[in-house]
Ligand binder design. Structure first.
Ligand code: HEM
Length: 463
């Protein structure tokens, strides 16, 4: 079995047939402080060594306070769930996301968060998921036509197109008079320029210190806000049934009946676009990469999908039957959690994983490391979707698997993302051979989300 600190020379294990996909090279543990910090700043998931992989908590001094890295499920659950009221997100999130979505669910805290969460949660319930499945189907049909015309793609860019289009239709319905391309361009620009982690983001500036962004990012942000305002105004004038913007406008706290302010509506709309398309796109990108590199997985997915849905798209009701395809998505998010590191600021002294914590200390909750830790996982570096079928408890509450976070702030869009990923993967793998150059072995690079460094070139060959 490979260990966390050995480089993987040979990605294919001849004995078991398991595939060992790319991983971020951990620290050896004997580097000096400056080298380790430099690695962390360049690619945060490469900034952890044997201590973080072998211990539940690692603490280092941090500008007069402490920074604690948590990589075990108990500590994560304590911070994210059991003692969630003692923690808020740090100023890092506010600095990166604040300019775009300061008053949205992603960024707010306390009573404002509670009120918003209660108001928007019903939008993502099962009843609406069933309504949204046909939207995913029609978007997939159009996407596949595009692939047939142009089969050579860079997977990350192609999947971002797909998931953006799905989200735009789900959120906006059929947005007459809205320039969808412009909205897409503005959102993508915002995500790739202003919304990308930079070394200076890790300096603990207070949230009110402005974060300089490039003129391109700033223009994109302005356009995005304007487009969102126009959309909301339009919907208020002529309401449409069941698209998510109309639900956002109609959303009420079930207890108080209070709705969201105009600013909150806009910031949530932008927040959903930012949080909801890149993450699902990366899940699909990494999944297609793994499938393209491991033919037996492609064949098993194809057989499973053919047995229940030989043509067209998988329906909402058929999804539960795609056990192996779902396991591939679970395993993809274990190896490449799209949000690989969460953060929290402590507001009240406490004890976490046996360590005394003071108010003002910062936490990095690193699910990327937790998902690859030998003390918690069998053969953690191998791509082995069957582990989720062999042991369904791996997805239970408190298990060392948290791609959507945990506790009250767990991803509100998780059911939507899961449905979209499953329907898309089933259709794409059934209908296409994913051809990826053999030498393509992209390192996971954390830029807030976890992207394949340099992208993944692929040819999608219609079967
Ligand atoms: C595979 C896809 C996705 C992944 C892996 C993912 C992951 C996450 C994670 C880990 C969090 C918790 C952050 C924290 O606690 O600091 C989160 C929160 C959130 N996500 Fe997702 N997400 C995905 C898709 C989506 C989609 C499709 C939407 C909306 C359409 C969405 C909207 C949100 C929002 C609004 C929050 C903030 C919730 C709150 O603070 O109450 N996400 N997501």
């Amino acid at each position: 079995m490979s260990t966390q600190t050995e480089p993987l020379d040979n990605p294919a294990d001849g004995k078991t047939g398991l595939f060992y996909p790319p991983h971020a090279q951990p620290l050896r543990g004997d580097e000096g402080f400056i080298h380790a910090t430099w690695k962390f700043l360049r690619n945060p998931v490469e900034g952890f060594g044997p201590l973080a992989y072998n211990q539940p908590i690692v603490s280092v001094p941090n500008f007069g306070k402490k920074l604690h890295v948590i990589t075990d499920p108990e500590g994560m659950m304590q911070v994210l769930q059991h003692e969630a009221t003692k923690f808020t997100k740090t100023a890092i999130d506010a600095r990166i996301l604040g300019p775009a979505t300061k008053e949205g669910l992603l960024s707010v805290h306390g009573e404002q968060w509670k009120r918003q969460r209660k108001a928007v949660a019903p939008m993502f319930r099962k009843r609406h998921m069933e309504d949204l499945a046909p939207i995913i189907s029609t978007t997939l049909d159009a996407f596949c036509e595009g692939l047939d015309a142009e089969p050579d793609v860079e997977l990350n860019a192609a999947m971002a197109e797909l998931t953006f289009d799905v989200l735009a239709k789900a959120l906006l319905g059929d947005p007459q008079g809205i320039d969808g391309e412009r909205l897409k361009y503005a959102t993508r620009n915002m995500v790739t320029s202003a919304g990308t982690l930079r070394p200076d983001d890790l300096i603990p500036f207070p949230a009110w210190v402005p974060r300089p962004i490039s003129p391109k990012g700033s223009r994109a942000l302005k356009k995005l806000k304007k487009a969102a305002d126009v959309l909301i105004a339009q919907r208020k004038k002529s309401p449409v049934e069941n698209d998510l913007v109309s639900l956002l406008i109609a959303a009420r706290d079930p207890k108080t009946g209070e709705g969201l302010s105009a600013r909150e509506q806009r910031d949530n709309l932008i927040g959903f676009f930012i949080a909801g398309h890149e993450t699902t796109a990366l899940t699909l990108t990494w999944a297609l990469y793994l499938i393209g590199m491991h033919r037996p997985t492609a064949e098993r997915i194809r057989a499973e999908v053919m047995a229940i849905c030989p043509e067209g798209n998988v329906s909402y009701d058929q999804m539960a039957e795609l056990k192996f395809t779902q396991a591939v998505i679970d395993e993809t998010m274990r190896l490449y959690p799209p949000a690989p590191m969460l953060n929290r600021l402590c507001h009240e002294d406490t004890v976490v994983s046996g360590r005394e914590i003071k108010a003002g200390d910062t936490f990095l909750l690193c699910n990327y490391v937790m998902h690859r830790t030998e003390r918690l996982w069998d053969n953690p570096l191998a791509f082995d979707p069957d582990r989720f079928i062999r042991d369904p408890k791996l997805k239970a509450k408190g298990a060392p698997y948290m791609p959507f976070g945990a506790g009250p702030r767990i991803c509100v869009g998780a059911a939507f993302a899961t449905m979209e990923a499953l329907m898309s993967l089933a259709r794409l793998v059934r209908d296409y051979d994913v051809k990826i150059p053999e030498e393509c072995y992209p390192k996971p690079l954390m830029t807030v989300t976890l992207r394949p460094q340099g992208g993944v070139p692929a040819r999608m060959v219609r079967r």
